[in-house]
Design a protein around this ligand. Structure first.
Ligand code: FES
Length: 581
């Protein structure tokens, strides 16, 4: 313990602030006792010496959080507890311990994370995550905690769970700051999704003899068609217990594609994300997490139930007939061969849906790899984004974004398991690109930055800030994609640019679609390395981000406050000058 003050220092005020080892500390005299706490309010860092003490209750007047001055525990849970210190008084001298009373451990932060998720309190969630990462707890372990919470506390797969899966996928591409942002935002979204929701009912698999996978698949598709959610879930759990991932994939995506492009493609994408999330963890995670998709799968509406895909050309029979043809030509162990996709690309951008699917069937007949067909569709979907005109309504952006994300999900499902059921997704993906055609009139020119602009991003350590600053202004639709392409041509790596795009999304108050499209972009650009298509995909993602930026950036400010609080940094310049002990 170290001498830090004299009792006479408190003659005129109950407070004295001193410089602690790694943070400012507030000494409080109350009823002849001295207490010591971190001087930064755990809520948003306001200096507590500007608060008041009364009857042992320390009040921060910024948002009126109240704390027990002795222990630092909060009476108002939104604020979190304040780290407190042991104090001893020897005669006139006040002695202080150099370290807080409860040095936070990983299990302390995990408990706090749970409390933050249960109470949906952002600052507690963020501080717990920052604390866990500081203690070198792996992101997968943290995400597993959050995913488990989500699996128990709401009925339906939600955008928070999608963000968790995206965070895992993007993690290797991201810088430390962007990683923290991604993880915090995903966790908060799970908390929001679960807030005031009933706990999940526990279902059980079908008991008895070992069930045949094919029989389960037939039942599953039947229950989905007849919208019988309990039947769907019990059948899914039984299939899961078999441990046959190929059969599981066929069962899920077969049923999903029975409804055309259901819920504007979200169902295929979220089921794909659920599988990715489950496969990131140990086996039993799947039986906890995957059933969350059953509500959406059961309730989904396909485009055959809407009118948009029926006029002026009815696309549903085109899809249904082509599916039958696909079934006759699909061979399990096909050796795929090289194919030319230039005609297919032109048709995708054209006006004839029958010609699009006919060419796709021709490609399949010629043993073209379905992955390559999916890659081509995803590219054209990104091209639509890159050429999206400002004359459209702001909400119109979501149609081509849904198509791009859906096409990428179809690509990923085929990569994981190349089968008839996953390949069926190519048909709605291609026809969704066709459906978006009116939104590309007139088409905007693709970005082509000047040499001068490219030079600005070459050997420029400030390139990242130059890029980000562009998004501080509204209507940077043209400037931001142009700068992203300039940075790419100046030699910035794809990893740097993906991190930049993710950081640009995460500092805004966007919903999950933007990060979803960054992730889809990250997957697709790598498939076109060294080709012009890379620029077009980057431009598409960048243009979509720029269309909706800037926002108030409230959540990212809170995450930064959490990080500064955890690092012991001062948050407000108006802190009173600190006395050196
Ligand atoms: S209550 Fe103290 S900063 Fe909000």
């Amino acid at each position: 313990m170290k001498q830090v003050a004299l009792l006479s220092d408190f003659t005129n005020s109950p407070f004295k602030t001193i410089k602690g080892k790694d943070r400012p500390i507030l000494l409080i005299k109350e009823n002849e006792r001295i207490h010591a706490v971190d001087n930064r309010c755990p809520h948003m860092g306001f200096p507590l010496n500007k608060g008041t003490i009364n009857n042992g209750i320390l009040t921060c007047h910024w948002h009126h959080a109240r704390f027990d001055a002795r222990s630092g525990c909060a009476f108002d849970l939104f604020a979190d507890d304040i780290p407190s210190y042991d104090v001893k008084v020897e005669g006139e001298v006040v002695l202080l311990s150099e370290v807080p009373r409860n040095k936070p451990t990983a299990s302390y932060y995990k408990d706090r994370l749970h409390q933050g998720l249960e109470q949906n309190i952002s600052i507690i969630i963020y501080k717990s995550i920052v604390g866990l990462l500081q203690l070198k707890v792996s992101h997968l372990e943290i995400i597993r905690e959050i995913a488990e919470f989500g699996s128990l506390n709401h009925e339906n797969w939600s955008n928070g769970m999608t963000l968790l899966a995206i965070t895992i996928n993007l993690w290797p591409e991201l810088q430390e700051n962007t990683r923290v942002m991604a993880l915090c935002k995903a966790a908060r979204q799970v908390a929001i999704n679960c807030h005031r929701q009933p706990s999940r009912r526990k279902f059980h698999l079908l008991e008895g003899s070992k069930f045949d996978s094919q029989q389960l698949t037939v039942w599953f598709r039947h229950w989905v068609r007849t919208r019988h959610r309990d039947g769907v879930e019990r059948t899914l759990l039984t299939q899961l217990a078999h441990g046959d991932n190929a059969a599981l994939s066929d069962m899920l995506f077969g049923a999903l594609h029975d409804r055309v492009y259901s819920n504007v493609g979200h169902n295929v994408d979220s089921t794909n994300k659920a599988i990715e999330l489950c496969f990131s963890f140990e086996e039993e995670a799947a039986s906890q997490i995957l059933p969350l998709v059953t509500v959406a799968i059961t309730q989904a509406r396909g485009e055959e139930e809407n009118s948009a895909w029926s006029h002026p050309i009815d696309l549903i029979p085109i899809i249904k007939v082509s599916e039958k043809t696909l079934k006759t030509i699909w061979k399990k162990d096909t050796q795929f061969s090289e194919a030319s996709f230039s005609k297919f690309r032109d048709l995708l951008l054209g006006e004839d849906p029958q010609a699009i699917v006919d060419e796709m069937i021709n490609l399949c007949r010629g043993k073209a790899d379905p992955k390559c067909i999916a890659k081509e569709i995803a590219y054209v979907a990104a091209l639509r984004l890159a050429q999206f005109p400002e004359s459209n309504d702001i909400a119109d952006w979501f149609a081509p974004v849904h198509t791009f994300n859906f096409a990428n999900a179809v690509y990923q499902t085929i990569v994981r398991h190349n089968s008839l059921q996953s390949v069926r997704g190519l048909l709605p993906a291609a026809l969704s690109v066709f459906q978006d055609r009116y939104l590309n009139i007139p088409s905007v020119a693709l970005p082509n930055p000047s040499e001068k602009l490219i030079e600005l991003f070459r050997n420029n350590s400030n390139w990242y800030h130059n890029l980000m600053d562009t998004l501080n202004e509204k209507q940077s639709w043209r400037i931001f994609p142009e700068r992203v392409i300039a940075a790419y041509r100046a030699g910035r790596s794809l990893t740097e640019l993906i991190d930049g795009l993710a950081a640009a999304v995460l500092r805004e108050d966007f919903d999950f679609h933007k990060l979803q499209s960054v992730e889809a972009g990250a997957v697709q650009v790598k498939l076109w390395r060294g080709r012009m298509e890379v620029e077009h995909i980057l431009a598409g993602v960048a243009r979509h981000i720029a269309a909706h930026a800037p926002t108030p950036r409230g959540e990212s400010k809170m995450i930064n406050i959490a990080r500064r609080l955890q690092r012991g940094q001062k948050l407000y310049e108006e802190d009173s000058p600190l006395d050196s002990p």
